[in-house]
Design a protein around this ligand. Structure first.
Ligand code: PHE
Length: 347
């Protein structure tokens, strides 16, 4: 009958030098020790079982030690800080190219940085919201036809109010929350100044200029005596920083339920400045309609418990994909989500 101690010593020795130390845990010698439990005198069986379990624990500990030691040995031979040499093709390093931050994310950073320096705080939107934040809080009456302008994706399930949830179709869904969150600033004599750069979703027919998922940056500014001139100056300053050049801007009247007056804001083509009748970016018009904006509607302020007789504010919503496409002359918005490495590597 095999003796526990002699088997253990032999297996420990093996484990300490083996290339596959875990194999000793499945060795026939160890199995035999377990098999013979049945033939042990019943009065000694409990003691035998305990000793055998202790032996196995000891063996497992040594196996683990050996595995750790082997990992150390192999790590020591790879210098992970050494640059990969494509020509010599060093076998110990993977021939991967370095990844990079997605161009849209890089630009979201730049946009946030410019507004950050202008004193705007940065807020996040969400991927799913309710009808109150998408419509009611923004002064869209129930059943108002303007709700249809947004081609919203809705869930089949209803929320606690019995209404479908919505994948936000614009970052304006965050206006109510942002006004509420920073309302106390007004009482301290400070302005509310925040931007929301985040993802929005629309049930669009996808083509070179339209995506179902894209980025917007919402801007919200409220204080005493805010006027439309400040809105236009803020946007112009932002765009000149972003494109790194002087730009002309143009403002046309428009309609949004949550701003009054509302504007459509255009800038002189940063590519051709209106000088090239064949320009692909502005189609030779010299102007690019870039964003919607306006003075925050008194009803929106009232909803958030801000007195519109005391405070006024402006808001804007600008498509970031558009901004980036114009900056780099990207002709198709679908490139952003295509996962095409040839496209992504350029940034
Ligand atoms: N949310 C509007 C849109 O996506 C843009 C906008 C934002 C207009 C803020 C006015 C004020 O079309």
């Amino acid at each position: 009958m095999a003796d526990i101690d002699s088997v253990l010593n032999k297996l420990l020795d093996e484990a300490r030098s083996a290339d596959e130390p875990a194999a000793v845990l499945k060795s026939p010698e160890l199995k035999a020790l377990y098999k013979q439990i049945g033939s042990i005198d019943p009065t000694e069986r409990a003691d035998y079982g305990r000793r055998l379990n202790d032996a196995k624990t000891e063996l497992e500990r040594v196996v683990a030690e050996r595995l750790a030691e082997m990992t150390d040995e192999s790590v020591a031979t790879i210098d992970i800080t050494a640059p990969f040499d494509k020509n010599s093709g060093r076998p110990d390093l993977l021939p991967t190219d370095q990844g990079s931050i997605h161009p849209l994310m890089q630009e979201v950073e730049k946009v946030s940085d410019i507004f950050g320096r202008m004193g705007f705080q940065i807020e996040q939107s969400r991927e799913l919201d309710d009808q109150f934040h998408m419509f009611e809080s923004l002064n869209f009456p129930k059943d108002h036809p303007a709700r249809d302008d947004y081609d919203t994706f809705m869930t089949k399930e209803a929320d606690a109010n019995g209404e479908a949830l919505i994948a936000p179709a614009h970052t304006s869904t965050m206006q109510y929350r942002t006004l509420k969150k920073y309302k106390h600033k007004l009482e301290n004599g400070e302005p509310i100044a925040a931007i929301v750069p985040d993802r929005v979703f629309r049930n669009e027919d996808v083509d070179a200029r339209h995506e179902h998922t894209f980025y917007q940056v919402e801007g919200i500014y409220v204080s005493r005596g805010v006027n439309a001139g400040m809105l236009i100056a803020t946007l112009q300053k932002f765009l000149e920083e972003y494109y790194g050049k002087k730009l002309e801007v143009r403002v046309n009247p428009f309609y949004f339920p949550f701003t009054e007056p509302s504007f459509e804001f255009a800038l002189s083509c940063p590519f051709c400045g209106g000088q090239n009748t064949d320009c692909k970016v502005c189609s030779g018009e010299g102007w690019i309609e870039l964003l919607g904006c306006g003075m925050i509607h008194p009803n929106v302020l009232k909803h958030a418990d801000i007195d519109p007789n005391e405070y006024t504010g402006f808001a804007f919503g600008c498509g970031i994909d558009r901004l980036v496409m114009m900056k780099y002359g990207i002709e198709d918005v679908r490139h952003f989500h295509s996962g095409k490495l040839d496209f992504l590597k350029q940034f």
